[in-house]
Design a protein around this ligand. Structure first.
Ligand code: NCD
Length: 327
């Protein structure tokens, strides 16, 4: 696999191989010495044009634990703030001999252009409101750990679907893996092209969580309300999308009462960062069903797996990493 740009790049066997490689990588997280050799001598640049805590640091840790040299470049503090284009910044990195770019650009689809411009590997770390394939892989990893299988499992994804690259990648990947997905959002936060996505949709969260409208639920994933992408700015107003934060929480927040509608086995996921009190209550975020921190843990292992398959150039990506490499 030369690049990972979209969750749709992966067929079922390839996605399962990445999850199996991630399971082997996960084991090193509890070791005292967390270093494996596969990327020794390789250089990875994390090129982030949007803010990030989890994604950037977990890509950095993942690269370092695989023995790569990892450099972080963010828009602030680089020549991007002097007006340099994404293309020039990427070509500059490549000219220094970089093996892979892990990129988070502002613009949806920019990673696909970038992959045409450079010869090195490109991994999409979230492009605009388009896709975030490693986030979908880490959610799939976490769900497989908890539910055992994807076959006939029903995952409900709730919230600001319009601005969410996480939702799109999750729908594509979960469908490839054999799960059923229902998206729930107010009409203003449901993207117009959603009818062509491999999922069902609803505007009624209570009906969906209780299993009355779309069948029994096996997991619920709450999404952050991305106020910084809404007209009205980052002032918390959500202008044009919903009347007030309070009304959003009443209609679409995972409150303690809504948590009680879920079957007992169904876990709660959230990609983070969370808006507590808006899309998710603290009881849901911190309770027994919450897999939020398991997702963060899985994020390192999954990104190690992706870097291994992409950068170490495992010829047959449908084969997980050999056990002796991680022994
Ligand atoms: C997501 C992202 O950046 O798209 N977060 C993440 O990668 N951990 C979701 C979000 O920002 O809401």
């Amino acid at each position: 696999m030369k690049h990972l740009l979209s969750a749709a790049d992966l067929d079922r066997d390839e996605a399962m191989a990445i999850l199996d490689t991630a399971a082997r990588m996960h084991a090193i997280q509890t070791r005292e010495v967390k270093k494996l050799p596969p990327l020794r001598g390789r250089t990875i640049v994390n090129l982030f044009f949007e803010d990030s805590t989890r994604t950037r640091s977990s890509f950095e840790i993942a690269g370092k634990w695989l023995s790569a040299d990892v450099i972080n470049v963010s828009a602030k503090g680089s020549s991007v703030s002097k007006g340099e284009s994404l293309r020039d910044t990427a070509l500059t990195g490549e000219a220094m001999g970089v093996d892979a770019l892990v990129v988070r650009p502002h613009a949806s689809g920019a990673v696909n252009r970038l992959a045409e411009w450079v010869d090195c590997h490109v991994v999409n770390a979230g492009d605009g409101t388009h896709e975030h394939p490693t986030q979908a892989l880490l959610a799939a990893y976490t769900l497989r750990e908890r539910l055992g299988t994807f076959a006939d499992r029903h995952v409900v994804i709730v919230g600001d679907i319009t601005h969410s690259r996480v939702a799109r990648s999750n729908v594509l990947l979960l469908a490839t893996l054999g799960a059923r997905v229902t998206l729930v959002a107010p009409p203003t936060l449901m993207p117009s092209g959603v009818a062509s996505w491999p999922c069902t949709t609803s505007w009624d969260l209570d009906e969906t969580l209780s299993g009355k409208s779309h069948g029994d639920v096996d997991a619920v994933m709450m999404l952050r309300v991305q106020r910084e992408r809404m007209s009205g700015g980052a002032d918390g107003s959500g202008v044009g999308y919903f009347p007030s934060a309070r009304e959003y929480a009443i209609g679409y927040g995972l409150s303690p009462a809504r948590l009680a509608l879920l079957p007992e086995h169904a876990p709660v996921l959230h990609p983070g960062p969370m808006n507590r009190g808006l899309e998710i209550s603290s009881m849901a975020a911190d309770g027994d069903r919450s897999l939020v921190l398991d997702q963060v843990r899985a994020g390192v292992a999954v990104r190690m797996a992706v870097l291994y398959h992409v950068v170490a150039g495992a010829d047959d990506i449908a084969e997980p990493i050999p056990a002796e490499v991680t022994a």
